[in-house]
Design a protein around this ligand. Sequence first.
Ligand code: ZN
Length: 223
Amino acid sequence: MSDDSKSNLKKRIVKICKKLHKKNMLAAADGNISYRISDEEIWITPSGVMKAFMEPEDMACINIKGDILHGIPSSEMAMHLQVYKSSQEARAVIHAHPPYAIAWTISHPNLKELPIGAMSELILACGEVPIVPFALPGTKEMGDNLLPFLPKNKVMILARHGALCWGRDLSEAHRGIERLEHSAQILTLAHSLGGVTLLDEPKLLALKNIRQEIVKKMGDIVL
Ligand SMILES: [Zn+2]
């Protein structure tokens, strides 16, 4: 990748950080974004920097083994590395702290996935949204807990912590996290207004079939 392309990539990552911060998904120094240029270079947002004020030159660089090549990478890099190890297709990973998605895991501790049968959006966009069990911050367990869900799931909620989305490019990962939080917000409103109801079985089946057709044509994409 040329120096120009690297510089543009860092600027795009900064732009996404600012957008996520505006949408209340990155308080203070929360969250991290990474992009794999090659096995030798994974660019990742730095540790302890407020994403609202981050500059392109703050980005750190690691390799697939987790060796630090430049800067001070996020302490949550184990999750990013696990995604890249699970799929050659993975180029971008976004981890943020979307409040509505997290609130579902706090209020419903036994929930294994978001109740996506309530509406069509998430079924069509990504098929399902599993909830990954809680792990202590900064531990290897954060990455290990993702294993049962990779590479199948590109959109995941991390119990009592946040969400993690990945994709073939930055915009796919960004779409995943926006779609997830928007849907979690709708479900929260429905819950507060009296309860979440689900579509009937024939409609759910029809939606799952449409999703399968999308995957056949476009691969396992997040819309
Ligand atoms: Zn986090």
